[in-house]
Design a protein around this ligand. Structure first.
Ligand code: GAP
Length: 565
């Protein structure tokens, strides 16, 4: 139940809408909104907010019941074994032209990868979908595109120059150097041959790539996009007329001199990050957004320490039980998991793991990883850290500039806290969508990449059923030319129709459009669905509109035209 409270700050009165909630058996008060300076104004605003909250709660509850029913089925206690090894996925990606080893004609260059046409299309689609849901569709997040090389003092302030390093040891058996996580000291085995590390070879290995700017000035390639957000925070906040709580997002290249790049794209030396730094006023810290009601495997610090197995739990329940400390953390963890799920990733392959105290990064007070069950085990897919006021304080100290902003509501200058930093590598997301899409169909005897059409590199392949009928070829070319204005489509005349279908199944093309004898009489075409092989006939005049809806998932395939299977 929500209620109005009056607070006196520096002698002035302010009204707030508060709510009592039971957490872990204790009643806790949470501020929902600021209501103004007069009682009348406050009562009017409170009525509006309560009405809005009740309405949206009803709609959200209905939607979430559905989501929850589905995740209950999808999230198993044990994930299924992956259908392909990481080495075979790398081979498949090379064979079909998704990703190549960089510098291959010179023997390859470890930790660097080049994306071919199909690969870059998927990568761009992942970034487009991320930007759409994290920036375009949100009122509280804006974007920036910072430089890759910036003032070297940024990296001294951030702590990277001193602390961004790995501990490396040389293996007694294979003599290769390997990185050892600090919490694994004394226990870790060589990641190449399983041998013991030679303790006397321990050495700090700096991960930042150094470069020279101009004649002789030492600088660095950025190892994360985050710092560019912190150093621009005040200008962006003021120019974009943001209000706390709010976020700034960025997608861009980062560079890390990894000692042992491995597992295809998983650990590389050059990759892209999609990051949000989410800022709050620490005095009004509760999250106003509804936490998506979904279930996932949890692996908290306590479970790890006590040797317990991960436990299936609703994210909201984990917050109530105190497994997750802050509602903001619960909100962002659920939002990020839902993003993958909505784009077709298998929820059964995800879990949330909390960092143990001794593995927390130097800037972080709490951190949860969204982990994925890769073919080589559970590994970090996305880090979601609470960075507190570490970064802005450091930049204030090193630059001598005041980075505080004026909070209109409490009429005071404050230094915001970064309550959450969802930080995701584009290439790791690429691996997830490839792995969860990859199927071998015994009946068709070929691979089918069952990827969400929003992410597939090619949206449709257009082919004439026969190549010798001039009229059919003409219509096919015209259909192709028209669709190409809006979608990534290909025109395919190579080999039999069956061969053309299987070639497109392998690269994930969700729809194949064929033009046949009937098309000449009826001005229509056939669309074939990749996953089911079902077909519908659609008028050429309606094709562009229907294809658009099919890609966005706005209509069911069987209802998109005259179904004839
Ligand atoms: N700003 C916070 C930060 O950079 P991080 O955990 O070091 O945190 C964030 O990196 C994400 O970047 C990871 O969750 C992962 O998706 C990706 N990432 C990190 N190192 C990577 C590497 N060597 N190769 C590919 N992706 C990497």
């Amino acid at each position: 139940m929500a209620f109005i409270v009056k607070k006196k700050i520096h002698g002035k009165e302010y009204y707030y809408l508060n709510e009592n909630k039971r957490v872990d058996g204790k009643v806790k008060t949470k501020t929902i909104a600021y209501l103004g300076k007069t009682k009348k104004q406050a009562e009017k605003k409170a009525k509006e907010i309560i009405k809005r909250l009740d309405g949206s709660k009803e709609i959200m509850d209905k939607k979430e019941e559905k989501i929850d029913e589905q995740t209950k089925k999808d999230v198993k206690s044990e994930p299924e074994p992956q259908k392909i090894s990481i080495e075979n996925l790398a081979t498949f990606c090379k064979r079909k032209g998704f990703v190549y080893q960089s510098g291959e004609i010179y023997g390859g260059y470890a930790g660097f990868w080049d994306f071919g046409h199909l690969g870059v299309e998927i990568k761009n689609n992942i970034k487009k979908e991320w930007w759409k849901s994290h920036v375009t569709e949100r009122e509280d997040v804006v974007g920036i595109d910072g430089s890759i090389i910036t003032h070297p003092q940024v990296w001294e302030a951030s702590g990277h120059v001193d602390s961004f390093s790995d501990l490396i040891f040389v293996c007694k058996k294979c003599k290769k150097p390997g990185k050892v996580d600090r919490d694994e000291l004394g226990k870790a085995k060589c990641e190449f041959c399983g041998g013991d590390y030679d303790e006397s070879t321990a050495k700090e290995f700096k991960l930042m790539f150094e470069t020279r700017v101009g004649e002789n000035s030492k600088s660095y390639l950025r190892p994360e996009t985050a710092q560019l957000i912190f150093i621009n925070f005040k200008s962006v906040y003021e120019n974009a007329r943001l209000k706390l709580p709010c976020g700034i997002a960025q997608i861009g290249k980062v560079f890390r001199n990894e000692i042992a790049p491995r597992d295809f794209l998983f650990r590389s030396r050059e990759f892209e990050q999609m990051e949000i730094e989410y800022f709050i006023n620490p005095r009004k810290s509760s999250c106003p957004y509804k936490i998506p009601n979904i279930e996932i495997l949890f692996y908290s610090e306590e479970m790890q320490k006590k040797g317990k197995e991960p436990e299936k739990m609703k994210i909201i329940e984990a917050l109530k039980k105190g497994v997750i400390k802050k509602d903001w953390h619960a909100y962002w963890l659920a939002t990020e998991f839902l993003w993958f799920k909505n784009l077709g990733a298998n929820p059964g392959n995800f879990r949330l793991r909390q960092h143990k105290k001794d593995e927390l990064a130097h800037y972080s007070t709490d951190c949860w990883d969204l982990e994925y069950h890769f073919p080589f085990g559970w590994k970090e897919l996305e880090g979601i850290a609470d960075r507190g006021d570490y970064d802005l304080l450091q930049h204030e100290k090193f630059s001598g500039k005041d980075l505080k902003i004026f909070d209109e509501e409490i009429k005071e200058k404050i230094l915001p806290h970064i309550v959450c930093e969802p930080s995701l590598g584009v290439e790791r997301a690429f691996l997830v969508f490839m792995l969860d899409s990859y199927f071998y169909d015994k009946e068709r005897k070929n691979i089918i990449l069952k990827m969400n059409p929003k992410l597939t590199p090619i949206k449709a392949a257009v082919f004439p059923i026969v190549k010798i009928n001039q009229k059919i070829v003409e219509i096919s070319r015209a259909v192709y030319e028209e669709l190409k204005k809006e979608f990534e489509v290909i025109y395919d005349v190579g080999g039999s129709v069956g061969r053309r279908y299987s070639r497109n199944d392998e690269i994930g093309t969700p729809f194949c459009i064929t033009i046949d004898e009937e098309s000449l009489k009826k001005d229509d075409i056939t669309i074939r669905d990749r996953n089911t092989k079902k077909q519908v006939r659609v008028k050429i005049s309606e094709l562009k509109n229907i294809l658009g809806k099919l890609i966005k998932g706005e209509i069911e395939f069987e209802k998109s035209g005259e179904f004839f299977n």
